[in-house]
Design a protein around this ligand. Structure first.
Ligand code: AMP
Ligand code: GLY
Length: 422
């Protein structure tokens, strides 16, 4: 097969790594890719918002399957345009991608599907929104209704914080749609399912660490580290998440005439009364994808292709029982402002450590030397017999990376270890 993978992050490096291993993969193009992916395929400098350019490249290069990594092109309708141009694509339609693109849409689908989620109301102006916050009390969650890369959410512990968040949002966008919802208490799990209409294939779970600093302190980020499997997500919790949330939502999307086709990422809170939906994403998680790909025992490419063909029924996916841990290394300053172009060495030594795999995100080659080119720059991963071994191996590999301007959390997986100790 001739495959075009879109994206340039750690998630896409892991997808490229898994696709390139497939005996079915003849040629792999990656757009735009990063230096870590260059050994796995041919990187092409296409812009992800240049849909016409992507379609033209796909047609000229007789691409059999386009795999879309990030959400933005999907929310902007790239999958629909590729299909209209006669191409096969892994990724949902614009209508179905609203499950990530619009929180209000997601809420209405969850309620119609009777899926457990935080109680909520939607507002379009400041005064009633503030009144609602006073009425409900704290903690309470304020969310901008649209794509904000995780930055549109405030989990407010005080009325002042909630009101500040609302005032800031309405000052920058006077007609903003804002969802105000109940604060769920528990541990978060990222749960992945491949979905093709009403057919749902569980595709692994992981726990991310969203805050920048140890002990879940500091600002929210795209994700600072991850482990899979997640001990808190027991077989029973997964069964409930599947039966109470993912399958009813898939059915509801079909009923609305916008069947979901692709990977559905359910952000769940494991509460005292069971799993509750926080949000959906229409893509793999980053860094969750990195550890899932390391644990996937089956060939990824035919599975993605089956989804794209609308033939997921009957397909199975197995994951190794071993654990995988991914530690994100970010540029000092992230998620605030940070420098670019800082030198990184030692990655070959890191990758040579037992069980280790290094995935790139924001890296760049300058005169043959690797430098940072973003906030989240590397995901240093390792597998092991269990979480303690995988975690130790991941940090042993991190220790080989020589990057004075980088940092990482030192407690990735600690929460999972606490569960194992009971
Ligand atoms: P979202 O953009 O919806 O993923 O929200 C970003 C983060 O805010 C989530 O990963 C949670 O950590 C937190 N969050 C969002 N909604 C809630 C909620 N209802 N209760 C508690 N935490 C939440
Ligand atoms: N790591 C969380 C996300 O990809 O949204």
């Amino acid at each position: 097969m001739r495959v075009l993978l879109l994206g340039s992050g750690g998630r896409e490096h892991a997808l490229a790594w898994a696709i390139a291993r497939s005996p079915l993969c003849g040629t792999l193009f990656i757009a735009p890719g990063n230096p870590g992916m260059a050994a796995l395929g041919t990187c092409v400098p296409l812009k992800l918002d240049d849909h016409a350019g992507i379609i033209a490249f796909g047609q000229e290069n007789r691409i059999d399957l386009v795999v879309v990594g990030p959400e933005a092109p999907l929310v902007a309708g790239l999958a629909d345009e590729l299909i209209a141009a006669g191409m096969r694509v892994f990724g949902p339609s614009k209508a179905a991608a609203q499950l990530e693109g619009s929180k209000d849409f997601t809420k209405s689908v969850a309620v119609a599907a009777n899926a457990p989620t935080a109680a909520y109301r939607t507002f379009t102006s400041l005064v009633p929104a503030v009144a609602h916050v006073h009425e409900q009390g704290v903690p309470i969650v304020v969310k901008y209704d649209g794509l904000m890369a995780g930055k549109g959410v405030t989990v407010a512990e005080t009325i002042g914080e909630a009101v500040d968040a609302l005032e800031t949002l309405y000052a920058s966008e006077p007609a903003a749609r804002v969802v105000i919802e109940e604060c769920l208490i528990g541990e978060e799990v990222s749960y992945f399912c491949l979905v093709d209409g009403e057919t749902v294939l569980p595709f692994g779970a992981a726990q991310d660490h969203k805050r920048a600093l140890d002990g879940d302190k500091g600002p929210n980020t795209g994700g600072m580290g991850v482990y899979s499997p997640a001990p808190v997500f027991t077989v029973e919790m997964e069964r409930r998440a599947l039966d109470e949330i993912v399958k009813p939502v898939a059915r509801e999307m079909v009923a609305r005439g916008m069947p979901y086709r692709g990977i559905l990422f359910a952000g769940l809170m494991i509460t005292a009364t069971g799993p509750k939906l926080i949000e959906f994403n229409c893509r793999f998680g980053d860094p969750e994808c990195q550890v899932l790909m390391l644990r996937l025992a089956d060939d990824l490419l035919p599975i993605l292709d089956a989804v794209a063909r609308g033939q997921l029924a009957g397909v199975t996916a197995r994951f190794n029982p071993e654990s995988a841990v991914g530690v994100v290394m970010a540029t000092r300053g992230y998620p605030g402002s940070y420098p670019s172009g800082t030198p990184i060495t030692g990655l070959d030594d890191a990758a040579a450590m037992p069980g280790a795999t290094v995935f790139h995100a924001g890296t760049r080659l300058v005169d043959g030397k690797l430098v940072s080119a973003g906030g989240r720059v590397l995901t240093i991963c390792a597998t092991g017999k269990g979480l303690p071994e995988a975690r130790q191996r991941a940090y042993d590999a991190v220790a080989k990376v020589d990057w004075p301007d980088g940092f990482c959390r030192s407690d990735i997986g600690a929460k999972g270890l606490a569960h194992l100790k009971g």
